[in-house]
Write a protein that binds this ligand. Sequence first.
Ligand SMILES: [Fe+2]
Ligand SMILES: [Fe+2]
Length: 465
Amino acid sequence: MNLYDRIPNNVNLSEDKKLQRALEKWLPNYLDWWREMGPEGFQEKDVWLRTAIDVGSEGWAHFDYVKMPEYRWGIFLEPPQPDAKVGFGDNYGRPAYQEVPGEFRNALRRIIVTQGDTEPASVEQQRQLGKTSPSLYDLRNLFQVNVEEGRHLWAMVYLLHGYFGRDGRDEADELLERRSGNPDKPRILEAFNQPCDDWLNFFAFTMFTDRDGKYQLSALAESGFEPLARTCQFMLTEEAHHMFVGDTGLGRVVRRTAQLMKQGDVRELGGIPLDIVQKYINFWFSYSLDLFGGEISSNSADFFAAGLKGRYKERDQYKEHTAANQTFTMSVVEDGQLKTREVPLRNALNEVLRGEYVKDCEKGLARWNKVLADEGASERLYLPNPRFHRHVGEFAGHTFDLQGNLISREEFEQRKSEWLPAMEDREYVRSLMHPVFEPGKIANWIAPPAAGIKGKPFEFEYVRL
Ligand SMILES: [Fe+2]
Ligand SMILES: [Fe+2]
């Protein structure tokens, strides 16, 4: 097999012997990881998958039956812009960095490793889900998400191998050694250590946690370190499908639940009651908010000053790109009370990015509420206040209700099972999870999709079992 077939790429890998050797050494370890931690029980099946074989509009979405271990994980960057400039921060307007600037080396490596670690983590979290897929359509979507997260790992590993020398190689190896949820060698971020063992979790995860990815990648897609920017730009094209899976998946659960509500008791009819859906929203939304980091952060200020990590749509949305000498007002807890505080804008950029994310999530809620309205239900779903159930930042260590009111720990503990999935909720959801593998059939707790994938009907045999 020639190099391009083994590692499809648009980075001229065949001309960089050193990088080629490093990646060819990493490849078998990656495949070992995939076989050990990738989707269990389906490795030899033909799955109708989208493969990126080029970044052009023709090549990036090539559909065919593929066995997952033979998926062509490649390295694709958006083509370079002639005279790319640093788009924000203290070096605004200077030529973009083509190599890692020495003074930012550690910060940049940390950004890449943290992003890279989430990619295999989510594959690990989702590895048992295939066995209980509600339809072949959903099974295929799960595997599509999984192989693309694998490719995102490749993208980050390319940057580590290509730009960080020895310590980059060590970091790339460690990305295959940590394991989601393993107490001895956990993944870096907590949302990626949470179990994702039923399909309601999966849809909430791809809706809320993959959407965090969209905002992190967007902030890096305008990075002054050009190889990172171009890598993230291409990853974003794939990420859109992951959020589609979560957004429409939850929408289909909500539709089915609303239909069953008209017939009688949702539980008796084998559906997922809306209050359980709401608890899963509360859980994954709050964990995903943590991924943006502390509300007040010197790292965010340093990354922005260095031109490494910008705001969402920095180029199009802002006129002023230094964010210096400005302030941002936010709430914090002081002396046991909620107070407002003004902080330098650069130190508040995690919170600014989180705000963009919350607005985007609200659009998803509006779509699900429209489904409820269309089905004639009067109930509505909502997002909890961003202070609720936080483990990172200003509100960690304090307890809030869903409206964001500060409450005592005792009250929180007493009411927790109204707000977050309790053991019995999880067990109930799990009790509904039985595989439906007949083409065109679907489980009782979820509505079929409005359309199939890439013009194929829902009845298409998306996975040959
Ligand atoms: Fe990803
Ligand atoms: Fe994703």
